[in-house]
Ligand binder design. Structure first.
Ligand SMILES: [Zn+2]
Ligand SMILES: [Zn+2]
Length: 334
């Protein structure tokens, strides 16, 4: 595919789409129904439907009977840990292998002209973004992910929290399932804003931002505190009356679903003439400029707080003006 028909490449080799990044069109005023109808499938496809199916698969094939989950025993917990670990490596690894190891589409649709593997840096363990990220996934992300999952299932199994059944309340649970992306976006924006505060940024969130040019394994390369806050969004299902399968969906959406923002490519080419949109641009800009796009654009939080950057020249000018104002304020304080 010719990526220059849909965007341009600068002298450094960075590609940017002609179409600026946008907030979900449900927020447009006046509403444009055609645009909303065209956008609507994105709410489910391709990603969310995968997390729903993976939650069902875990429930069916990975997790033991509810009776077993009433007690904490190494058997089922270790099995869950290893399945989560393998699943993350297979899933993230598939993107990594195709786009970054085989470089199957070169730098077509790649936001940054550079490859993380070519840049050794002291900020990373073993000077490598990839090795650093993979080790953090093995030693921090999957243990914390699994611990939260075990805690949630244990609470449901023992009746410590209400367990609403699909047989009795299908419409209520369908409504909860439909707001899971909204819950995700709100929780993510709030904790992300929080960990950008100076001290938390320095000791916690900077780990994730070491990947200025993110690649698939950067997705869960985070400090343990950030992992706890981020993956902990699944605990909303202990507060809102819900069902363990929906808690798993929320957890998988956070865990596996961290990848779209970190693919580094705007499209993944499929065959000669078509490509899958990754929706990675908003979060790519966050990794590039740090203080823009704290959310993913489902809800216009960044627009409301003046931190949205759509990747265009106008977006850049707005950001520069904001940074300039901040600098002036800081200088005045000194
Ligand atoms: Zn990120
Ligand atoms: Zn950040």
């Amino acid at each position: 595919m010719d990526d220059l028909q849909l965007g341009k490449r600068n002298k450094r080799g960075d590609w940017s789409p002609d179409q600026p990044a946008s907030i979900a069109p449900i927020w447009d005023f006046p509403p444009r129904f055609n645009k909303i109808v065209r956008w609507l499938p994105q709410y489910f496809f391709p990603y969310d439907i995968i997390w729903v199916l993976s939650a069902l698969a875990w429930w069916q094939w990975v997790l033991p009977d509810v009776e077993v989950m009433k007690t904490l025993a190494w058997g089922w917990i270790l099995k869950l840990f290893f399945v989560n670990l393998i699943a993350v490596f297979v899933f993230f690894g598939a993107y990594e292998w195709r786009l970054y190891v085989k470089r199957a589409q070169g730098t077509r649709f790649k936001y940054s002209g550079k490859w993380p593997a070519d840049k050794k840096s002291d900020v990373f363990w073993f000077k490598s973004q990839n090795v650093d990220s993979m080790l953090r996934i093995v030693f921090h992300a999957i243990p914390i992910w699994t611990a939260l999952e075990v805690g949630i299932l244990y609470a449901y199994a023992n009746g410590y929290v209400p367990w609403i059944s699909f047989a009795e309340h299908p419409w209520y649970l369908l409504a909860i399932a439909l707001i899971i992306p909204i819950l995700h976006e709100t929780h993510f924006f709030l904790i992300h804003r929080l960990i950008h505060m100076p001290l938390l940024y320095k000791y916690v969130h900077s780990v994730h931002h070491n990947s200025v040019n993110p690649s698939p394994f950067s997705s869960l390369s985070m400090h343990p505190v950030e992992l706890l806050l981020y993956l902990g969004m699944a605990c909303w299902h202990l507060i809102i009356p819900s069902n363990p399968i929906l808690a798993l969906y929320q957890l998988h959406r956070a865990g596996f679903g961290a990848i779209p923002g970190h693919i580094g490519f705007d499209k993944i080419e499929v065959g000669a003439g078509s490509g899958l949109d990754t929706h990675a641009y908003i979060h790519y800009l966050h990794h590039k400029y740090f203080e823009v796009n704290y959310g993913d654009g489902l809800i216009p939080f960044d627009k409301w707080f003046g931190t949205f950057h759509d990747g265009s020249k106008e977006g850049e000018a707005l950001m520069d003006a904001r940074f300039e104002k901040k600098r002036a304020k800081m200088n005045a304080q000194e």
